[in-house]
Design a protein around this ligand. Sequence first.
Ligand code: ARG
Length: 665
Amino acid sequence: MASSGENLKDLEAKASAMEQQVRNLQSQLRDVASADSPHLVTLKAENEKLEYQILHLEKSIAAEKKRGCAGAVRSASHMTDIVSHLRQLFNSAITAAYPQIQKPSALIALGKKGVDYQVNSAMSLTKELKATGVNANPRQIAEAIVKNCPSSDLVDKLEVAGPGFINIHIKVSVVSGLLSDVLTHGVRAPDVGEKRRVVIDYSSPNIAKQMHVGHLRSTVIGDCLARIIEYCGHDVLRLNHIGDWGTQFGMLIAHLEDKFPNFESESPPIGDLQSFYKESKVRFDGEEDFKKRAYKNVVLLQGGDKKIRTGWSHICEISRHEFAQIYSRLGIGKELVERGESFYQPLMNDVIHDLKSRDLISEEDGCKVLHLKKQKVPLILEKSVGGYTYDTSDVAALRHRLQEEKASWLVYVVDAGQGLHFQQIFEGAKIAGYSNDSCRIEHVGFGLVLGEGKKKLKSRSGDTVKLKELLDEGVERSAEKLKERGRDEVLSPEELAAARDAVAYGCIKYADLCHQRTHDYVFSFDKMLDDKGNTAVYLLYAYTRIQSIIRLAKSDSGALTARAATTELVLGEAAEVKLAKHVLRFAEVIQRIHEDLLPHVLCEYLYDLSTHFTEFYDSCYCVEKNRETGEVLKINWSRILICEATARVMAKGLSLLGITTVDRM
Ligand code: ARG
């Protein structure tokens, strides 16, 4: 469809250019007709040739338009994303109705009350057309679009509604065909066009400091977006930009020298790095000599002193070990590559050198800065006392990611509080010529995690919450919940443990992901473990329920794939149609997240999927049993297939959120 659409546009552009040429020629002909011009013959011949070519082109255009409709029909069975398909269809319709609209982009929204989708373009087209001298109201425009819409296998009915909306009803036969495709070919990702190399920067805690809930948000959101972007076919590099460099190492190493003088030959047994950090901070603030040594150590560290570097790497190693425990519990593996600030140390010299050589650096209060236009505050690249900054490392990192990693899409999942920093970095990179308009570069910001009463999140004892303790509490509460439900009597110890972890980590992740990420949210175990609301527990139960229906039919995923090839999917009941249509919206939801990087839409989608499933299951029997004996009397295979397609989309969706499903819980 896309290529056919482009072809059509090319042809039409050619035709109109030729028509203009013909008009020019004809006016020349008129001028010379009376005179005895030697060019007359040539001009006439050229005119004839052009007129012939136009005729030919017009034929091609007509054929191409037909093919456009046929294309819609043909690709309907391979389509993954209904909205993109409709967009193309209505773009053709707009072009056909109003050729003067250069780049139509039909706005397709989800319909309301029994309407599948809606085209909301007529309002904006009113203005655009007015600019070209056409006066029409939105309703007239909507009617013209409907009249010019190529026929499509997908569309059952179009109707103009209200002030100028176009309601679209999808054909049920197409829905059942597409649902079969989910069963025979699996859940397909949307076609997002050009594939990019993507670097996504997330998690990024700081060495020797606590990994806090802000880093948890970054980890959960970053992991989810990385999965979605990868699922769409991009080549993704996940980077953990840890804070492993900076002045705090001076005091940490000075303290290390005093407490574990042998640290060069044996690794120091620091049990609690955070307390170690606090101790050294107290000394730094109170002991003048210590402070001096700390400063000296920073200089030595930057100069590559062997002993100081050894101390530095011991401290990093201890932190790394702590982080790894959290990551393993969250199911984050080796795919998240550690590449902290220290990695960019040598590259920062290059950046400064490069910018200086091109006169982009100015001195201000002894600092080396890069002035920006959109932002008042300049980027500070070198401090007055010497030494680089957070800004410098991010400029060097951005440059490295684009130039060395060859990425053309950069994502930074970092709290919204750093928004200004990233705006500065992105603008600076543009001024420096490190990035250009073809690069997609985004700061994916997020709000705070609050405790009950919308205050700062505190632990039960009133301290700041340690991530480890938070996860422990989640596991504990999830175990209690399962016990309350008597699941410990039904499940094997292994199944129970798997369910406990799936619920605990799933709930924590889901609670984070289901809120629009730019907002703050209140962290509440009670809410997130509620099995009736929009929570991971609810979804995990819905998933296991479908699995148990499939088990009741004595089938499984493999057998159902085979059965799908020979069983017709009958969508008769309203609840069946509603569920099936919702299942097919999956790719369009992913497509949307690919654009705006807002994963809560996937949570909403999955929640609706499970409520539609409940409605379906309540009104459509799948397996008929003898009430007394429990013996299976009849299996409705078409409906079992609908169950399986729902389960597959649900499993895919949950896995993109980073949530593990279990078959029993
Ligand atoms: N370590 C930083 C912090 O905890 C986050 C780093 C984010 N990534 C980046 N490229 N600046 O605030």
